[in-house]
Write a protein that binds this ligand. Sequence first.
Ligand SMILES: C[S@@+](CC[C@H](N)C(=O)[O-])C[C@H]1O[C@@H](n2cnc3c(N)ncnc32)[C@H](O)[C@@H]1O
Length: 240
Amino acid sequence: MTLRATISTPEGKRRYVRRLFATIADRYDFITAFLSYGQDRRWKRRLIELAGFEPHDAVLDLACGTGDLLLSATRACRLAVGLDVTHRMVELARQREREEGVPRVRLVTGDMAALPLQAARFTVVTTGYGLRNVPDLPAALEEIHRVLAPGGRVLSLDFNRPANAVVRAVYLAYLTIVGSVLGLVLHGDADTYRYIPESIRLYPGAAGVARLMEQAGFSGVRVVPLLGGLMAIHTASRAR
Ligand SMILES: C[S@@+](CC[C@H](N)C(=O)[O-])C[C@H]1O[C@@H](n2cnc3c(N)ncnc32)[C@H](O)[C@@H]1O
C-alpha cells in the first residue's frame, strides 16, 4: 500500500504517525532545524510572543515533542503540562527539563483527540506541528475547547496547504524530493519524511483549520501567515 493510501484513513494515519515519531524521535531536533533552514526557532518565538504568557497562566502544550514550546511556557507560567502520544518524545522532553533545570513541568503520554485531563483546567493551549498529525481534527479541537477555561486561548503553528495549485505543486514537489533523500540517508526509507508533503496534501490548510476552529466553538480566530503563507500560526479563544 502507498504512503498516501495508508494515511488517508483515520486508523491508517493513527498507526503510521505513531510508528513514524517513535522511529524519528531521537533525530527530531536535528531534522526540524535542517528542514526549516533554522527557521523553526523563529516561528516558535513568534508563537510565544503571540501567546503573551502571564505568570498566572496554566499552559498545556499538545504534541509537545522534545519540549521546545513547553519549556518556554514553563519558564514564564505557574503551570505547564506537555502531552505527546509518543512515549520516547516524552522521555526526551523530560531529559531536557532535567538538563536545563526547569521546574514545574508535567508530562503525559496521551492522545490529543482524547485528553486525559480535566475540563476548563488551562488558560492557554499551544501546539507546534500538532494539528496536521491528528487523524480526527474536529475531535482534537473539541478536546482543546473542553480543557480551556472560559476566555482561554489556543495557538497552533503548522504548515499551510497553499491554495494556489501551482505554488502547492512546486512546494510539495520540493518537500518530497528533500524528504525522500533525507529519509534514505538517515533511515534507509524514503517514505519517512515524505510523510510531511503527504500529510499537507490531506490537510485542510490554514483557512480550513480556521473554519474547523469556529465550528468547534472558538471565537476571534486569526491566521498569522509565516514564510510568505507557506506556514501559519492560528490564534483563537474560548468564549467567556
Ligand atoms: C512534528 S512533531 C512536533 C513536536 C513539537 N511540538 C515541536 O514543535 O517541535 C509532532 C508531534 O506530534 C505527536 N503526535 C502525533 N499525533 C499525536 C496525537 N494524536 N496526540 C498527541 N501527540 C501526537 C508526535 O508524537 C510528535 O511528537
